[in-house]
Write a protein of this length. Structure first.
Length: 446
């Protein structure tokens, strides 16, 4: 057996071990991820200390961003819940679309909000609406939640200005405007298929616990004096607006411009969420006459349930880093290049294999773009913009236990590992396959 084949076998065994330990033996996901990550690193030939260091670095890299985003976003969600802003937006959406179509409304909102923001940012901004709508309509959390994550996931993987998509645009020498246009044409039907359509079918088959600790913190109660729809929507969209302004500054202003630097600062996801949270204390707290002590209590109360989530997400990032540093991603790339497929198919295959092995859509997309770009540039007639979409679709396929997003969805929706595999993993796989299918159809039209 070759060294690359051995690495791939170890990665497969590691994933199987995680599923068995967590789903069958009921070991805590954090403990299982730490144990399997270190065992995988040592088995792959890494010195034990190097395996520990890789895991530690992976945890730090993931939590350095996600912990702050989840913390600030959850506080903002709590303010929206307690003030009645989430209920106001949910009520307006229900009235506008009707209860039977509210899951379509959530997908559209997620698609719009998700274009300029990271998946995790969009998720923590919008999840209070999902909890509130589920409570008010009596709909399954799965039926409303899957369209949310499908809409966010599609734009995260396929559309600039997301970092991985922008890097792929640069690597393939694609046009940003055309990539966004083609991304909308491909992304909307893909999100519809993986979101509301799939959610309608799977939701009766998934029975969730009656109690959800996160939902209790974020869904809020009906209040007599709810803030207006306009101020509620504006408050939750502040991070989106600031991040869009920062992206627009990149394309229109001189790199040395002080205005561009200022917009870059306020448009950073962490700063944008912080500003939105501070604004919510005034825009949502003032009409309800919340005291400083009440606001402090809201912030403290909503953070407690996120501790387990952050530990598991961090451990997932550690597992990801061990897989990357052990050489699994490189082994998969070599195998895919030998297939001699068309550039669109090759980009999808390389990204999909790296995604399955490492769990990171960003790593998969950036690595695949670097691998496929020289081949694509040497192949006449290859559409660079469609290559970005094919790579993004492959980078979203088959999210499982080595993906931090898997654990984020599992914990917020209070699902078991098998339930998360049946919902989130299948939805992501539909996105990956449908995204490639619609991209190929668009290539025929172009």
């Amino acid at each position: 057996m070759t060294a690359d084949a051995r690495l791939l076998l170890y990665a497969l065994l590691a994933v199987i071990a995680l599923v068995v330990l967590i789903a069958r033996l009921k070991l805590h996901p954090f403990i299982a991820l730490v144990s399997v990550s270190l065992a995988m690193g040592v088995a792959a030939g890494m010195p034990p200390v190097a395996a520990v260091k890789a895991f530690q670095d992976g945890v730090g890299n993931v939590l350095g961003f996600i912990a702050i985003v989840v913390g600030l976003g959850t506080m903002l969600g709590k303010m929206m819940a307690e003030s009645g802003a989430a209920t106001r937006i949910a009520t307006t959406l229900i009235d506008l679309f009707g209860e039977r179509r509210v899951h379509w409304a959530i997908m559209v909102v997620a698609f719009i909000v998700g274009i300029p923001v990271f998946f995790q940012v969009g998720f923590v901004l919008l999840i209070p609406l999902v909890f509130t709508i589920a409570r008010r309509t009596g709909m399954s959390l799965v039926k409303i939640g899957i369209p949310l994550v499908a809409g966010l996931s599609v734009v995260h993987g396929m559309l600039p200005p997301h970092p991985a998509a922008m890097l792929a645009v640069t690597a393939y020498k694609a046009d940003v405007g055309r990539t966004i246009l083609y991304g909308l044409l491909v992304g909307l039907p893909t999100a519809a298929l993986a979101g509301p359509i799939f959610a309608t079918w799977i939701s009766p088959r998934i029975v969730l616990p009656a109690e959800n600790p996160i939902a209790k913190q974020l869904e809020g109660e009906s209040v007599a004096q709810m803030p207006g729809f306009g101020i509620s929507l504006f408050t939750v969209l502040i991070p989106v607006i600031l991040i869009v302004l920062a992206s627009a500054a990149d394309m229109t202003l001189d790199p040395a411009s002080s205005v561009r630097a200022a917009l870059h600062f306020v448009g950073h996801p962490i700063v944008a969420l912080l500003l939105a949270l501070l604004f919510s204390f005034w825009s949502l707290g003032r009409p309800r006459h919340f005291t400083r002590e009440q606001v402090m209590k809201f912030c403290n109360d909503c953070l407690a349930p996120t501790a387990t989530i952050l530990l598991v997400i961090g451990a997932g990032g550690g597992f990801n880093q061990v897989l990357v540093q052990s050489g699994v991603g490189g082994a998969i790339a070599k195998m895919a290049i030998g297939s001699h497929a068309s550039p669109l198919i090759l980009a999808w295959i390389v990204a999909a294999l790296i995604r399955v092995a490492t769990g990171s859509s960003t790593v998969a997309m950036t690595a695949a773009a670097g691998i496929v770009a020289p081949i694509a540039l040497a192949t006449p007639g290859t559409n660079a913009e469609l290559l970005v979409l094919a790579t993004g679709a492959g980078a979203l396929v088959l999210s499982h236990v080595n993906d931090a997003g898997f654990w984020l969805i599992k914990e917020f929706f209070n699902m078991t590992v098998p339930q998360t595999l049946k919902t989130w993993t299948v939805a992501e796989t539909i996105i990956g396959v449908a995204g490639l299918g619609f991209t190929l159809l668009l290539s025929l039209a172009l």
